[in-house]
Ligand binder design. Structure first.
Ligand code: PXG
Length: 461
């Protein structure tokens, strides 16, 4: 058997990667020419690559490694559980200790009456569960025609057929015959790009009222649910105007439709509270969680469901479930992660230390000639790149500037994502002020270099 080790030369690893590994969301031919960056180790907020470079992780992996890398307690929890009970299912009227403990803990942490947990292996799977659960809920209520789920353009809810249908990414819908039937989309509350001369608060109300208009257009008797991320993550960390969520809540309350908050990114401390719904005062019937639930150490997701919906679903067999629903090893890792988060006060660290320091530095970037807007809630942040600050202008080729800036970040050993021409950051929640300074100093240098390159290429006004 081929031995793949960390001591192989980078070029050999890259060649094998290009020959055999199909990457998610990647243009395979372009990557094959360039060669993937190969990460070999990580500790705290620092990654090490196969050339021995030390890279500061401004993305917590993929918005998930909230407690940072290298926590031995999580490895030990996984090893202990593997020895005791590596697998058992939760079908056929059986259960096991880690899944019981995790469900009870989540019921304790989740706000108001979100007391029931249906487990999945990822956020995509959990959102697929939600599609079936809310439609089945209305069928059990004697209203099977209430099956349309309203979501938003530029939302991200996952990559499976169902969850990508909920998502509002046009490029994803263009591949593989999406969306599935009975999904409708309204516009996102992206004031910077779409708000024009309207004030942010009026724009927030306008965009929320699209939900009301869509419910009226379809008929209240056809609409099952509305799903949204409290703050869009993969869409570019789009922070809604303050007026947005209260109006959405009013509309969901007025019309008889369920509210699903997709907390896959915003859950577990990211916004400075345990959940983004608490930051915005939202009362969802279902919350989708994944990522930060285990800090990415093990694949696990879940739908956390309110009493009324869970009690209705319990009326008859729900023909739905995954082999790994409530996997004992993943559940044990998630429990240990939540224990550490609570005992070490990670959410308080975000609120009292991480956010204030990062926010001050992040807003400081607003003075940069390339930056048109800075946004931050808790420890998720974005900035809009612009060729012309005063005009809130967009680049002629959307995404071109973001890509250059992202490449300069990589070259300066700081990981950030770009979404079109927004740069987004979502570092491990445990990042210290000194580490935040290193991250922002590297980002500033990357922006300076990107600015010089764009100037040379005639991309700026
Ligand atoms: N909901 C939200 C809000 C997400 O951000 C999912 C659901 C799907 O979760 P899984 O575990 O199935 O991936 C996500 C995932 C990016 C990026 O590039 C973001 C995600 C996943 C992959 C890439 O920003 N978010």
């Amino acid at each position: 058997m081929l031995q793949i080790t960390n001591h192989m030369p980078t070029a050999e690893l890259q060649a094998l990667d290009a020959a055999h590994h199909m990457h998610p969301f990647t243009d395979g031919n372009t990557l094959a020419k360039k060669g993937a960056r190969i990460i070999t180790r990580a500790e705290g907020v620092w990654l090490t690559d196969s050339d021995g470079e030390r890279i500061i992780d401004g993305m917590a992996g993929l918005w998930c490694v909230n407690i940072g890398y290298g926590r031995k307690e999580l490895a030990q929890a996984a090893a202990r559980q593997m020895e005791e009970l590596p697998y058992y299912n939760t079908f056929f009227q059986t259960s096991h200790v880690p899944v019981i403990a995790l469900a009870a803990r989540l019921a304790e942490l989740a706000p108001h009456d979100l007391n029931h947990v249906f487990f999945a292996g990822s956020g995509s799977e959990a959102n697929d569960t939600n599609i079936r659960m809310v439609r089945h809920y209305w069928a059990l209520k004697g209203k099977p025609e209430k099956s349309v789920i309203i979501a938003r353009r530029n939302a991200y809810h996952g990559s499976s057929v169902g969850s990508a249908s909920l998502g509002g990414m046009a490029a994803m819908h263009g591949q593989g015959g999406l969306p599935i039937p009975d999904i409708a989309h309204i516009d996102q509350p992206n004031w910077y790009l779409e708000g024009g001369e309207t004030s942010p608060e009026d724009f927030g109300l306008e965009r929320a009222r699209q939900l009301e208009a869509k419910i009226k257009e379809l008929g209240e008797d056809r609409v099952a649910a509305f799903i949204a991320e409290p703050i869009q993550g993969a869409g570019g960390v789009i922070v809604p105007p303050e007026s947005y969520w209260p109006e959405i809540q009013r509309i969901c309350d007025k019309y008889d439709i369920l509210l699903i908050a997709d907390e896959v990114i915003t859950g577990f401390g990211r916004t400075g509270n345990w959940f983004g719904t608490q930051t915005y005062g939202i009362r969802p019937h279902i919350m989708t969680v994944a990522k930060g639930l285990s800090s990415g150490y093990a694949p696990i997701g879940a739908s956390i469901v309110c009493d009324e919906v869970a009690q209705t679903i319990a009326q008859e067999e729900f023909f739905h479930g995954y082999t790994y629903s409530g996997h004992p090893v993943c559940a044990a890792v998630a429990l240990e992660n939540l224990r550490i988060m609570e005992e070490e006060g990670v959410v308080e660290h975000v609120r009292d230390v991480g956010h204030p320091h990062l926010a001050a530095r992040w807003h400081g970037l607003g003075d940069h000639p390339l930056v048109g807007e800075t946004k931050i809630v808790g420890m998720m942040a974005s900035l809009a790149l612009t060729p012309d600050k005063a005009a809130r202008a967009a680049f002629v080729q959307p995404g071109s500037a973001g890509l250059i800036a992202r490449e300069r970040c990589f070259a300066n050993n700081v990981v950030m994502r770009h979404v079109w021409d927004r740069i987004v950051a979502s570092p491990p929640l445990v990042m210290t002020p000194d580490e935040i300074d290193i991250m922002i100093n590297r980002l500033t240098k990357a922006l300076d270099e990107a600015h010089a390159q764009m100037k040379a290429e005639g991309m700026l006004k």
